[in-house]
Design a binder for this molecule. Structure first.
Ligand SMILES: Cc1ncc(COP(=O)(O)O)c(C=O)c1O
Length: 485
C-alpha cells in the first residue's frame, strides 16, 4: 500500500476540486477539505497514508499555504486527518464510518442510502430451497476431512457441463472452484505474474481487478474502449499487444464491466491467435456471460479458439445467482488447475463444502432462475434508461445488450464532483475515475440496474437534482484536451 502521497499525486486526484457544489458559497479551504473527504469516501485516497506537507500541496495546487493549513485543520476537526508535530498528517475516518459492500466508506446511519456503487442483484427466491437441499446432501461429505482444493467433484462437473454446453468441451479436472471470481483472478495472478510484470487491461475496467493487479505490483497498460459498440478497436488492441508484449492481458469480453460491451467472435479469434503468436497469457473474465438481454446471441467462449492453453477463463455465481455465495471458478488446462490448487494451499486451502452444494442445486435450476434474472434486468434497465432520458437528457448512453451496468457519458467532467454531491443526497455512486488508472474518465459514470425499479427512479431524480446544483455552483466549462506535440 502507498504510505505517502506526493503533492503532485494528490493534486491529480483532486482534479476539479474547485468545482464542488456550493463552491461559491464556501471558502477555498472548505472546498479543499470537502474534496479530500470525497476521495477518502470513494476509496481513491487510502486510509493511513501520509498527506503532503502543507507547502508542497500549496505549490502543487497553486494556492496559498494558509488555505492548505486551514483545510488540514478542518480535516483534523472532522476526524479525517491525524497529525503529529514534526511527523506529518495521516488520513483516517471518523469513528462513525464503516466499509460498505462496495469497498467504499459510508456513514453508519445510511438507511436511506440508495447504493448504486454495487452492481449485483439480491438473492433469487430459489436460494433458500437450494440451501435446504444442500444440507440434506451434506452427510455424504461429513465422513471426510472436507478439504477439496479444486472443489467438490459434483460442482466441478456442473461447471464443466456449463462450458461444454456453450461449445467449449471441458472436463471436471479443468475446473477449480474458488471463493468468487475475484479470488479466481487473484490466484491466477499469483501463478502467472511475477511482481512488476506487465499487464494489459481495458479502460475502463473493473476496479477490484485493478486492485488485484495493483496488489501484484503489475505494470499496467490500457486499451481504451469506445463508447459505441463494439467498444474494442481490433487493430489497436492487437497492435498494442504485439508492441508492448505484456505478460498477460485481463479482458472482460462478455458484457464488459462497466461498459456492457460484447466482443465479437471474430475479434475473440484474432485475439487468441495474437496471444499464441506473442506468448501472452489471456485471462478472460466471464462474470456476466449468462446475462444477455433482449435475446442477444453470445459469441463462442474466447477459450474455444485456444489450442495452446493460453486462455484462462474465470467466472462465478455472483452475477446470475448471488454474490453472498462466494462461489467462482477457474477454467484452465488440467495441469494449470493442479498448479493453482497447489498455490491455493498456501492461501485458503479450499472452498466451503456447504456453499458448493448450494451452488450445485442452483446450477441444476439455472435455466429457470437465470431466465427470470434476465427478464428482471431487462425491465430494470429500461426503467433506468427512461428515467435518464427524462431527467438527464444531455447524458449519452449506449443501451447495453447484457450484463448489469450502463456506462453513461456525462455532460462534463463532473463524475467525482457529482458522486460527492449525490452522497449528500442519499445516492452512492462509483464515479468514472474508479474504473481507470490515472484519474481520467471524469466524463463517465457507471450506473447498475440491479436495484428495484422504484429505487432506480428515485436515484435518478436525486442525481438530477444535485446535477443542477453543480451548475448553480458554477462549473468550469469543459475544454477538449489540447494536443501535445
Ligand atoms: C468483471 C468482474 N469480475 C469479478 C467480479 C467479482 O465477482 P465475485 O463476486 O464472483 O468475486 C465482478 C463483480 O462485480 C465483476 O464485475
Amino acid at each position: 500500500m502507498t504510505s505517502q502521497v506526493r503533492g503532485s499525486q494528490l493534486a491529480r486526484l483532486l482534479g476539479q476540486w474547485h468545482a464542488l457544489p456550493g463552491r461559491r458559497r464556501n471558502p477555498d479551504y472548505a472546498a479543499l477539505a470537502g474534496a479530500v473527504r470525497g476521495l477518502l469516501a470513494d476509496g481513491r485516497l487510502p486510509l493511513g497514508v501520509r498527506l503532503p506537507a502543507e507547502r508542497e500541496l500549496a505549490e502543487a495546487l497553486r494556492i496559498s499555504r494558509t488555505t492548505v493549513t486551514a483545510a488540514y485543520r478542518e480535516l483534523r476537526d472532522s476526524g479525517h486527518l491525524a497529525s503529529r508535530r514534526g511527523a506529518g498528517s495521516w488520513t483516517m475516518l471518523p469513528g462513525t464510518h464503516r466499509v460498505a459492500s462496495t469497498g467504499l466508506w459510508t456513514p453508519h446511519d445510511d438507511r436511506d442510502m440508495i447504493d448504486l456503487g454495487v452492481a449485483a442483484l439480491a438473492a433469487p427466491p430459489e436460494l433458500l430451497s437450494a440451501a435446504r437441499a444442500a444440507t440434506e446432501d451434506l452427510p455424504r461429505y461429513l465422513g471426510g476431512a472436507g478439504y477439496h482444493p479444486t472443489g467438490i467433484v459434483e460442482l466441478r462437473e456442473a461447471v464443466a457441463h456449463g462450458y461444454t454446453a456453450r461449445g467449449l468441451p471441458t472436463s471436471p479436472d479443468q475446473i477449480m472452484v474458488t471463493n468468487g471470481t475475484q479470488h479466481a483472478l487473484d490466484l491466477v495472478l499469483r501463478l502467472t505474474l511475477v511482481p512488476g510484470g506487465n499487464v494489459l487491461v481495458e479502460s475502463p475496467s473493473y476496479p477490484n481487478a485493478l486492485a488485484a493487479l495493483g496488489a501484484r505490483r503489475a505494470r499496467i497498460s490500457t486499451h481504451g474502449l469506445a463508447g459505441r459498440e463494439p467498444g474494442w478497436d481490433a487493430d489497436l488492441l492487437l497492435g498494442s499487444l504485439r508492441q508492448t508484449r505484456p505478460k498477460l492481458a485481463y479482458l472482460i469480453p462478455d458484457f464488459q464491466n462497466p461498459t456492457g460491451h460484447l466482443m465479437p467472435a471474430e475479434l475473440r479469434e484474432r485475439l487468441v491467435a495474437t496471444a499464441h503468436a506473442t506468448g501472452i497469457d489471456l485471462v478472460v473474465d466471464e462474470s456476466f456471460v449468462d446475462l444477455p438481454l433482449d435475446g442477444t446471441p453470445v459469441p463462442p467462449p474466447t477459450a474455444s479458439f485456444d489450442r495452446h492453453s493460453r486462455v484462462v477463463s474465470i467466472g462465478g455465481m455472483s452475477k446470475p445467482f448471488w454474490g453472498g455465495l462466494r462461489i467462482g471458478w477457474v477454467r484452465a488446462s488440467a495441469p494449470q488447475v493442479q498448479r493453482l490448487a497447489a498455490a491455493r494451499v498456501g492461501v485458503d486451502m479450499a472452498s466451503p463444502v456447504l456453499d458448493q452444494l448450494v451452488a450445485v442445486h442452483l446450477l441444476a435450476a439455472a435455466p429457470t432462475i437465470v431466465a427470470a434474472r434476465r427478464r428482471q434486468l431487462a425491465a430494470q434497465r429500461d426503467t433506468l434508461l427512461d428515467a435518464l432520458a427524462e431527467r438527464l437528457p444531455d447524458w449519452r448512453v449506449t443501451v447495453p445488450r447484457g450484463g448489469v451496468t450502463l456506462w453513461a457519458e456525462l455532460d462534463g467532467p463532473i463524475s467525482s464532483a457529482l458522486a460527492r454531491a449525490a452522497e449528500e443526497a442519499g445516492v452512492r455512486l462509483a464515479p468514472g475515475p474508479r474504473f481507470g488508472l490515472d484519474g481520467t474518465l471524469e466524463r463517465f459514470l457507471r450506473l447498475p440496474f440491479t436495484l428495484p425499479a422504484t429505487d432506480l427512479v428515485e436515484a435518478v431524480a436525486r442525481i438530477a437534482a444535485v446535477r443542477y446544483d453543480l451548475d448553480r455552483a458554477g462549473l468550469p466549462p469543459w475544454r477538449e484536451p489540447a494536443v501535445i506535440a
